[in-house]
Design a protein. Structure first.
Length: 519
C-alpha cells in the first residue's frame, strides 16, 4: 500500500501493525454504552452455569422473559475481563477484526490478485473500509459478525469458484457458533438460503444458466449442498435457547421504531453525515460500473445481487456498513482491480507512497487524540457517563429505594457499576412489547411536555438520573447546504421540566449528569 516493495513480508507486517494501531486507538477512544450489561450478564452465566431466561435489571420489565442471543460472547467477554481487565478485553477485540482482514487478504491474493500493484491498491481500499467501520468496532460483539461474514463469503465463493461444495461443510460449525454469539447470524441464514436457491435455479433452468454464462453444480454436489445448508440452519436451533431464540429475534423485528430513534440504526445520510462510509460507497459504485464496461468476464450475478442487497442495508442503517464493507472487498473489488492499472502506476506510482504515509499518520494522530489507555473504563469516560452522580447516590442510601428513571444510553453502565439498583431501560430490550407498543416508545413518551408529570405519577417515579443538558445541534457547512438545517440549541422537555417544576428538586449536578428527587 503505502510502503515500497508492496507485497514483501516486511511491508505486509508493517501494514497489519498499522491497522492494529488504528484499531487500538479506536478501541480506547470510547466506552460502548452496552459494555456494562454484556459484562454483568457474562458474570451471571459464569456464576450460575446457565443462560438467563428472566429479566432482572429493569423494574419496568420485572418478571418478563428474556433471551440473551449473545450469551457466548458475553461469557467470553467476562472471562477476558476476569483474566486481564479491560486491557485483555480490548486486545481481543482489536485482534478479532485484524484476524478477519488477514484471512480475507490471504484468500483474495491467493485466488484473485497475484500482482503486487493490484494487492497494494486492494490494501488501500481495505484501509478505507476499515476507517469507515471504526464507529462499529471497539469492544463490541458486532465484530464477530464482521469476521464470520468474511468466512461465510469465502466459503460460498470457494464453492462457486471450484464447483465443489467441500468447503460448505464449514457452514456447520460457523452457523452454530455465530448463533450463540451475535444476532447477525440471521444474515448468514438469508445468505445461505439465497445461495442455495441460486444454485437450484441454475440447475433447473438451463436457459438462465446459459444466458448468465455461469456454471451449475452437478447433481451430486447440489444434493450435498442442500443437505449441508439445511443441516447448518437446523444447528442454530441447538443453542441453549432453541426455538426461543427465533421467537425473540422475530419480536425484535416486528417493530422498527428503534431504527429511527437509536443512533447506530440511523442512515449514513442523516445529520451528522457519516462521510467515510458515504465516500467509500461512492468509490465502490464507480469501480463497479467502470469495471463492468471493460471486464470480459462479468462479475457473477450472485455476487452482484448479494452486493446490491448489502448496499441497500448499509444505506438504510450505518450498523450494517461492516457487512457491506466485507461484501464489497470480497465480491466486487477483486474483479474490478484486475483491470489494467499499469498506466495509473506509471503516472501516480511515485506519489502514492508519500501521500499514503501522510494520510496514515494524519488518521493515527486524529484517532489518538481521543484514546484513553486504561484498564478500568468505568472510571475513565466520566465525560459521557454519570460517574459522579452514581457515587453521590451510593453515598446517600436514603435514595436507594426510590424508583428511578434513567437515560437510555446509561443503562448498560448502571447495570455494571450499580447492579443492586433497578433501572427503567437499557440497550438490551428497547423493542420489548410494552403496553401495546415498545419499551423504547414508552421511554420517549417521557419527553412529551404535556405528559411528563402524568408518566412520573403513573409509575411512581421519584428519582431521575439524566443528562444535565443536551448538546447543541451543529450541522457542518455541507450538511447545512444539502439539508437546509441550521445550528440550534437543543432543549430537552424532560430536563426543562425537572429544572422548573416545583415538585422536583436537584440534589446533585455536574457537567454530565444531574439527580432529581421528587419532593
Amino acid at each position: 500500500m503505502f510502503l515500497p516493495k508492496a507485497g514483501s513480508k516486511l511491508a505486509w507486517l508493517i501494514f497489519y501493525v498499522s491497522l492494529g494501531i488504528i484499531l487500538t486507538l479506536n478501541s480506547f477512544s470510547y466506552l460502548d454504552p452496552d459494555f456494562g450489561w454484556h459484562l454483568r450478564v457474562g458474570e451471571r452465566i459464569a456464576l450460575e452455569h446457565s443462560v438467563p431466561h428472566d429479566q432482572i435489571y429493569m423494574w419496568s420489565l420485572a418478571g418478563k422473559n428474556w433471551v440473551d442471543h449473545e450469551w457466548l460472547g458475553n461469557l467470553a467477554t467476562y472471562g477476558l475481563w476476569e483474566f486481564g481487565g479491560y486491557t485483555a478485553v480490548s486486545i481481543f477485540f482489536i485482534l478479532l477484526p485484524l484476524f478477519g482482514l488477514i484471512i480475507l487478504n490471504r484468500y483474495v491474493f491467493t485466488n484473485y490478485l497475484k500482482r503486487k500493484f493490484h494487492q497494494s491498491v486492494f490494501a488501500g481500499l481495505e484501509l478505507f473500509a476499515l476507517i469507515a467501520c471504526l464507529p462499529h468496532f471497539g469492544v463490541r460483539l458486532q465484530e464477530f459478525t464482521f469476521v464470520f461474514t468474511i468466512l461465510l463469503f469465502i466459503i460460498i465463493d470457494s464453492c462457486c469458484r471450484k464447483q465443489n461444495i467441500k468447503a460448505a461443510y464449514w457452514l456447520l460449525p460457523l452457523l452454530f457458533l455465530w448463533s450463540c454469539i451475535h444476532g447477525g447470524f440471521l444474515f448468514s441464514i438469508a445468505a445461505t438460503l439465497g445461495w442455495l436457491a441460486y444454485e437450484i435455479i441454475l440447475k433447473l433452468f438451463p436457459l438462465i444458466k446459459n444466458f448468465l454464462n455461469e456454471q451449475a453444480l452437478d447433481n451430486k454436489n447440489l444434493k450435498k449442498l442442500i443437505f449441508i445448508s439445511l443441516a447448518a440452519i437446523l444447528l442454530t436451533l441447538a443453542t441453549p435457547y432453541g426455538k426461543e431464540l427465533y421467537s425473540f429475534l422475530n419480536d425484535y423485528g416486528q417493530n422498527r421504531y428503534y431504527m429511527s430513534h437509536i443512533e447506530e440504526w440511523r442512515t449514513p445520510y442523516s445529520i451528522p453525515f457519516v462521510y467515510w462510509q458515504i465516500l467509500y460507497t461512492q468509490v465502490i459504485i464507480v469501480l463497479f460500473f467502470g469495471a463492468q464496461a471493460y471486464l470480459k468476464n462479468k462479475i457473477p450475478l450472485w455476487k452482484t445481487v448479494l452486493s446490491l442487497g448489502l448496499l441497500i442495508l448499509a444505506s438504510r442503517s450505518v450498523r450494517h456498513f461492516p457487512l457491506w464493507a466485507v461484501g464489497s472487498l470480497l465480491l466486487i473489488v477483486p474483479s474490478t482491480i484486475r483491470l489494467n492499472l499499469e498506466s495509473a502506476k506509471v503516472v501516480y506510482g511515485k506519489y502514492l507512497n508519500t501521500l499514503a504515509i501522510f494520510c496514515f499518520f494524519l488518521i493515527v494522530a486524529t484517532t489518538g487524540i481521543q484514546a484513553k489507555f486504561n484498564n478500568n473504563p468505568f472510571t475513565n469516560y466520566c465525560q459521557r457517563y454519570p460517574c459522579g452522580a452514581v457515587q453521590f447516590l451510593k453515598a446517600n442510601p436514603q435514595y436507594g429505594n426510590l424508583k428511578m428513571f434513567n437515560d437510555y444510553g446509561w443503562g448498560g453502565f448502571l447495570i455494571w457499576v450499580w447492579p443492586e439498583k433497578k433501572i427503567f431501560i437499557d440497550g438490551r430490550l428497547p423493542q420489548y412489547d410494552f403496553k401495546n407498543k415498545t419499551l423504547l416508545e414508552e421511554y420517549t413518551s417521557f419527553f412529551d411536555k404535556d405528559k411528563i408529570e402524568e408518566k412520573f405519577n403513573e409509575y411512581d417515579i421519584k428519582l431521575v438520573l439524566f443528562k444535565t443538558s443536551e448538546a447543541p445541534f451543529q450541522p457542518d457547512w455541507l450538511e447545512q447546504l444539502i439539508t437546509g438545517e441550521k445550528p440550534s440549541e437543543r432543549k430537552n422537555p424532560l430536563i426543562e421540566y425537572l429544572k422548573s417544576s416545583p415538585n422536583w428538586k436537584s440534589v446533585y449536578s455536574d457537567s454530565t449528569a444531574s439527580v432529581y428527587i421528587k419532593k
